[in-house]
Design a protein around this ligand. Structure first.
Ligand code: FES
Ligand code: FES
Length: 156
């Protein structure tokens, strides 16, 4: 067991875990942040995406020992039902929330893009979400939600 400190969604948290424990499991099982999902568990689907020190990562591939002292943002850190992040409001408004497994990771990838480019082109959105897979209804509404997150009034 190793005692690690990290800042998660603005709070300093202490975790006692074997250093090879996946960050995904630390978030979900040790810290109770179950918004981050497991899809493939192999770095292919993006469902487990979180932002670590400003970088978008697949938390299923990161041993927690590598993120000691890091600043981590998960979907729980974006907003609240009363005060949603613009990407959450836009996913709600434009039907981007298609399933509960993929949506948190999609939103983290979108936020990572929007922090650098609030008004992205379709190509930029497609590239930013290339690591986030959907097997249900497709990507159009997700792309619309990302594109319109910071549009005036959330409209075209
Ligand atoms: S669960 Fe991590 S990339 Fe699929
Ligand atoms: S959004 Fe999850 S499979 Fe399509």
């Amino acid at each position: 067991m190793t005692r690690l400190m990290m800042t998660v969604n603005g709070e300093l948290r202490a975790v006692e875990a074997p250093p090879m424990t996946r960050l995904l499991d630390v978030l979900r099982l040790y810290l109770g942040l179950t918004g981050t999902k497991e899809g493939c568990g192999e770095g292919e689907c993006g469902a487990c995406s979180v932002i670590v020190n400003g970088l978008l990562v697949n938390s299923c591939l990161i041993p927690v020992g590598q993120v000691a002292g890091a600043t981590i943002c998960t979907v729980e850190g974006l907003g609240t039902p009363e005060q949603m992040h613009p990407i959450q409001a836009s996913f709600l408004k434009h039907g981007g929330a298609q399933c509960g497994i993929c949506t948190p990771g999609m939103m983290m990838a979108a936020v990572h893009l929007l922090e650098r480019e609030p008004h992205p082109s379709l190509v930029q959105i497609q590239e930013a979400l290339a690591g986030n897979l959907c097997r249900c209804t497709g990507y159009q509404k997700i792309f619309d939600a990302v594109r319109l997150a910071y549009a005036a009034g959330g409209e075209e």
